[in-house]
Each structure stands twice: as structure tokens, then as C-alpha cells.
Write a protein that binds this ligand. Structure first.
Ligand code: AVJ
Length: 321
């Protein structure tokens, strides 16, 4: 792939900044205050997330890699020859190597990611390792993508949504996403979806409150990003990271808690915080295997396989439609 010929949107399109600003102001005008986790992933945030994936407490990445290594052969066989792999939220594009290695002459890889520069650097590395695979990166917010670009592959379309990114959606929104992705991928497609499983609160609380404070830095980077891009004056020392598992809701919640009564200006708009008030920055839903299968069925997918690790901490589903 000649990456110089790929469409290269401006680093900072004005409409993207305007959309970010409007979303942040709307989210902070709501009660409770909230900002979508998709805004974690500027360049600094994408790098911090890669560090989270290597933390001893953060089991999802290495557990999913273990599951994918054990079953890549099954996925490759089901994908068949000349397939196209479409990854939603591709990040550093590391896990996809396991699938590309197990597939027979994969024809195309279509990574979709909101963090353009981070994605393009990852795809440049990947293209050197897989010169026969057509690389078709799409810089986009996959929650808003309505259609895929034309994909030049003779075989099956295989969606790939690893890492439990689906946990950022409420179950209703997850079903909507799975149905929409199904419509985009078309009849006969497969979908490989990784999702996190409900488990002891201590394990989850540790995974989202690591000792080195990388998850705290990742959460707080959202405020630093708002300062950088929207000319705001958040004092990062005036907020702290909070994360906890709510077993009744079936999710880990992340918040940024204001340590004092304070007013912050964002693009000229004053935003008041009470002491102890939080900005809800992320939900990370944890499923039971049967509940996920039910959700996928309701969204038009049949479950062909569902694999977990020996501890039953994480799961990968192979869906077909
Ligand atoms: C990328 C959404 C799967 O929910 O575990 C990691 C993000 N947040 N640590 C997750 C995250 C804090 C991650 N996902």
C-alpha cells in the first residue's frame, strides 16, 4: 500500500473542534455532568491507553490476546480465502496481526479510528509486515459512521471489535451498534467481538485504579485536552480520578471529581462545579456470556462460537449473519 496516496484529512479540521466543543459544553450543562469516552483518544490519550493495556492490573488486553491466539485458526478458517477485515476503533492495530496471520490470503484491512495520526502510524507499520493486504484506513468516529468505503476483496467481510470497546455502550446502544455494523458489513459477514465478563469487584476496581496511576492520567488527560484544544482553564490538580464497579448496573464507571467548589471557563463559557461533583467520563459494561449472546441475536447476528479464558474473565464471540 502506498500510504502517500491515502486521503489525509487535516490534523485538526475546524468542524471536528467545533463538534468537540459543542459536545463538551452540552455534556457539562447536563446533570449529572458527562463527556463521552470517545474524547479520551487524542494523541496523548491514545498513548496512555496503550500503556494501560500493558499494566499488570489491566487483564483485558492480555486475556483477549490469549483467547485470540488459541482460536485464530477457527476464525481464519471461517473467514475463508480473500477476506476483508474491518476493525472498529483500531487503535494501535496490534491484535489484528493474530487474525491476519491465521487468515488465508487476507485481501484487505479497513481500520476505522477517531485518532487519525495514531492510526496512520500504526497502519504504516502494519503495511510493512503485510505487503499483500490492501490497507484502507478510515479516520472516523465509528459510532457515527453510516457506510463503509468500497472494499476490494473477493471474500467474506469480517468485522473485528476487540478489547471490550463495546462495553462503552449501554446494552441498548450496543445492540444498535451491532445491528448497524451488520447492515454495513452485509449478508454473509462474520463479526469477531471481544467483551469483558462480570467478575469480583476487587479485580475490576484494581484494573481501573492501577498503582502507577496511568488510568488516572488517562482520565485526567481529557481535561488537559479540553484546555489544549478549546482554550479552557481546568486546573488538573483540582480534580481526581474515580473508578468503581457497580454490580447492579453491570458496569465500571469512571468519573473526574472536583476537589473544591470552582468555576472553569471553556471557550468563554463559565462552568461551575460543586465540591465533590463529578464528570462521568466512561461506562465499561461487563456481561454474562448468555446475556451477550442474547443481545447479539436481537441485533440480527447468530453466535457461531463463544470462547473464554480459563479464569472466565473475558470472552470473544464469533458471530455470523
Ligand atoms: C477501551 C473501553 C475497552 O473500558 O476497559 C481502560 C477503556 N478505561 N481503562 C475499558 C479504559 C479505563 C477500555 N475500553
Amino acid at each position: 500500500t502506498d500510504l502517500s496516496t491515502l486521503p489525509r484529512p487535516q490534523a485538526r479540521p475546524a468542524d471536528a473542534v467545533a463538534g468537540f466543543c459543542a459536545d463538551v459544553l452540552a455534556g457539562l450543562a447536563g446533570r449529572p455532568k458527562a463527556i463521552s469516552p470517545k474524547y479520551f483518544y487524542d494523541e496523548a490519550g491514545s498513548r496512555l491507553f496503550d500503556r494501560i493495556c500493558r499494566l499488570p492490573e489491566y487483564y483485558p488486553t492480555r486475556t483477549e490476546l490469549e483467547i485470540l491466539s488459541a482460536h485464530a485458526g477457527d476464525i481464519g478458517a471461517f473467514a475463508g480465502a480473500g477476506a476483508a477485515l474491518v476493525e472498529f476503533g483500531s487503535g494501535s492495530s496490534e491484535k489484528v496481526r493474530l487474525l491476519l496471520d491465521a487468515m488465508q490470503a487476507p485481501a484487505a484491512y479497513v481500520p476505522i479510528d477517531i485518532s487519525g495520526p495514531h492510526m496512520r502510524a500504526a497502519i504504516a507499520r502494519l503495511a510493512r509486515a503485510y505487503p499483500a493486504v490492501a490497507m484502507q484506513p478510515v479516520e472516523a468516529d465509528f459510532t457515527r459512521l453510516a457506510a463503509l468505503p468500497p472494499i476490494g476483496a473477493p471474500g467474506r467481510k469480517v468485522g473485528f471489535f476487540p478489547g471490550s470497546t463495546i462495553g462503552n455502550f449501554t446494552p441498548e446502544a450496543a445492540a444498535g451498534f451491532l445491528a448497524g455494523a451488520g447492515a454495513m458489513l452485509g449478508a454473509g459477514a462474520a463479526f469477531v467481538v471481544g467483551f469483558d465478563l462480570a467478575k469480583d469487584a476487587e479485580i475490576l476496581d484494581a484494573a481501573y485504579n492501577d498503582n502507577q496511576g496511568v488510568t488516572a492520567a488517562f482520565n485526567l488527560n481529557l481535561l488537559a485536552r479540553i484546555n489544549r484544544e478549546l482554550g479552557a482553564d481546568f486546573d488538573l490538580a483540582g480534580f481526581r480520578h474515580r473508578a468503581f464497579y457497580d454490580p447492579a448496573a453491570g458496569r465500571v464507571e469512571m468519573h473526574l471529581e472536583s476537589l473544591a467548589a470552582q468555576t472553569v471557563r471553556i471557550a468563554g463559557t463559565p462552568i461551575a462545579f460543586a465540591r465533590g461533583e463529578t464528570i462521568h467520563t466512561e461506562n465499561s459494561y461487563k456481561y454474562a456470556p448468555a446475556a451477550f449472546a442474547e443481545l447479539a441475536r436481537g441485533a440480527g447476528w447468530r453466535e457461531r462460537a463463544l470462547w473464554t479464558d480459563a479464569r472466565g474473565w473475558f470472552a470473544v464471540a464469533l458471530l455470523e449473519r
